[in-house]
Design a protein around this ligand. Structure first.
Ligand SMILES: Cc1cc2nc3c(=O)[nH]c(=O)nc-3n(C[C@H](O)[C@H](O)[C@H](O)COP(=O)(O)OP(=O)(O)OC[C@H]3O[C@@H](n4cnc5c(N)ncnc54)[C@H](O)[C@@H]3O)c2cc1C
Length: 535
């Protein structure tokens, strides 16, 4: 009997949707299945049930450089309704004494702000940015947009050029070492680490010294989707449907079907079986290989590799979401009016040493002293609240399990939210009388809504434990193909990793299209050729 579909994709996170959209445009018949009742995973925007008309982005909000991503243009997402804003004062770190460290889309303004703390650090910032621009354009961007090269081949190719050798040398450091070695001012060091590093990798991790200069050298900064993050997911779904794809939500998966060593479909909890030439999983390795595949079919070795996949200690977030009758008005804006238009605002970060305190608290399962960051989306996009009203949120890095028990969050969330709000109000005194409604999201809630974010890890897997490049999620499954024929991976647990980049799905599309001998209608980079041509 013929397969019902060419492919089935598990999950409808943005990577899964990007993959589906590319393959549908290649003429394949593809179905995606998700347990949630709305597609999009981390692209979630919900309406406040107690305050109609107030929209909250409960997972991702700051979408870095989305409009520069190839899929954003290839899939014509603006024609499908997506639109992005990149506010000029992109990030502001507010200090208790009223000063602020500012990142602007205009690099000269960023340098001016850094110079107020340290003229030497401002000059260092410029030097690294200039030096890393060709590395970002010539190496790091093509690498992120391609299936990863074998580790040794990559090293050899990079060793063949001055830029490549420079990248390899800087990479040997950890982000922490890079910042300590290059920058002198305490606030600058803290700000650089926080804005440019903390979300992405464990800052103590060697092999990532390049991550901070790479971000400094990027052309695009944090962006927000007009109407809410979910509009991006809707645009992707529109493109999929326009090209004949099917997106099914509220679907409970029971198992991935394997026959004669080959993956051939899925079974749902309802007993329904759907067959296909391939299955691509946007879920994490434990879900894919341990929960959904029969132990004998997966085999002991593969099960052990999947079980060994690790999550980030430092990635879980605690969120407070507010419905407001006016936007937060920061006292620091009295001194510098530009701050009233700051997009991402960081509060509570004063000293470099706080990083060690945050790490230690996570290791001990304790809530660290509050460092928070967030935004007031409605200042830039009024349609996310009723006329004249506002929404705002703050996130904080917290351990998944408090003293070893994640369920403690259900007991602690309200009290902790009060403390966070009090601290926030110290910086924005008008919040004391502006809150119409507040609700929280803990790491336990994150895992409950998106179980692929195990232990509340918003990046769906650590970059430690060797889980990078062709070894992400683990050796033998790192180029989107898995040891099981007909089974692919496409979520944040693959190269280049979590966050809203869409590149896991973009790269997986190329691999699957090659395997199925179907047209590659887009223009992905030839990374080998690109690395060879770098000077
Ligand atoms: C509070 C929070 C804030 C964040 N902020 C940002 C940000 O500002 N910027 C940024 O870039 N990133 C942010 N992230 C991270 C970002 O959301 C994720 O890294 C990204 O969404 C991962 O994308 P993905 O394609 O791997 O899948 P996901 O978006 O994680 O989607 C996975 C999908 O799989 C589905 N699923 C899971 N288990 C099953 C199952 N058993 N059966 C069927 N379906 C299943 C889920 O319902 C979901 O739809 C944030 C995350 C959180 C939680």
């Amino acid at each position: 009997m013929a397969d019902e579909y060419d492919g089935i994709i598990l999950g409808t996170g943005h990577n899964a949707l990007v993959l589906q959209a590319y393959l549908c445009r290649s003429g394949l018949k593809i179905l995606s299945l998700d347990r949630a009742d709305v597609a999009g995973g981390g692209l979630a925007t919900i309406e406040n049930p107690r305050q109609p008309g107030f929209l909250h982005n409960t997972h991702s909000f700051f979408h870095r450089a989305v409009t520069a991503m190839p899929w954003y243009h290839d899939l014509e997402l603006e024609r499908h309704g997506a639109r992005y804003i990149e506010p000029e004062l992109n990030v502001a770190l507010l200090l208790q004494d009223g000063r602020s460290l500012q990142w602007w889309t205009d690099f000269e303004k960023t340098c001016d702000s850094f110079a107020q703390f340290s003229p030497r650090d401002a000059a260092t910032l410029r030097r690294w940015r200039d030096e890393f621009r060709p590395i970002v354009r010539g190496i790091l961007i093509p690498e992120a947009r391609s299936p990863p090269l074998p580790v040794e081949q990559r090293r050899q190719l990079l060793s063949g050029s001055a830029l490549g050798r420079r990248l390899l040398a800087v990479s040997e450091l950890s982000p922490l070492e890079f910042v300590e070695r290059e920058f002198e001012n305490d606030v600058v060091r803290a700000g650089l680490l926080f804005f440019n590093g903390l979300r992405e990798v464990d800052l103590r991790q060697q092999g990532f010294g390049h991550s901070i200069p790479a971000l400094l050298a990027s052309d695009r900064m944090a962006q927000m989707c007009v109407g809410g993050s979910a509009r991006l997911a809707e645009a992707l779904v529109n493109d999929i449907r326009e090209h004949g794809g099917e997106v099914r939500t509220s679907a409970r998966l029971s198992s991935i079907l394997v026959s004669a060593g080959r993956v051939c479909g899925v079974e749902l909890a309802s007993g329904e079986r759907v067959t296909a030439r391939f299955v691509a999983s946007g879920l994490n390795p434990q879900q894919t290989f341990l929960q959904l595949i029969d132990a004998d079919a997966a085999g002991q070795a593969l099960r052990e590799q999947a079980a060994g996949f690790k999550y980030n200690l430092l990635a879980p977030l605690f969120a407070v979401n507010l419905a407001l009758n006016e936007p937060p008005r920061y006292a620091a804006a009295d001194r510098d009016l530009a701050l009233s238009q700051a997009f991402m605002v960081i509060l509570g970060l004063e000293r470099f040493e706080q990083f060690h305190e945050i790490v230690t608290a996570h290791e001990q399962g304790k809530i660290p002293p509050t460092v928070m960051w967030g935004a007031c989306p409605t200042q830039f996009d009024p349609q996310q609240a009723p006329p004249g009203r506002h929404t705002a949120f703050m996130w904080e890095k917290v351990p998944y399990a408090i003293e070893g028990d994640a369920r403690q969050w259900d007991r602690l969330a309200q009290q902790h939210a009060q403390q966070l709000l009090q601290r926030w109000t110290q910086y924005a005194p008008n919040l004391a009388g502006a809150v119409l409604d507040a609700f929280t999201r803990s790491p336990l809630d994150t895992e409950g809504t998106l179980p692929n974010m195990q232990a509340g890890d918003v990046l769906v897997g650590s970059f430690a434990n060797g889980q990078v490049g062709e070894n992400r999620p683990f050796a033998g499954a790192g180029r989107y193909r898995t040891p099981l024929q007909g089974l692919y991976l496409c979520g944040g647990s693959t190269h280049p990793g979590g966050n809203i980049t869409g590149l896991c799905g973009y790269n997986a599309a190329r691999v699957i299209a090659v395997d199925l001998s179907c047209p590659i209608w887009w223009n992905p980079p030839d990374v080998e050729q690109t690395l060879r041509s770098v000077r």
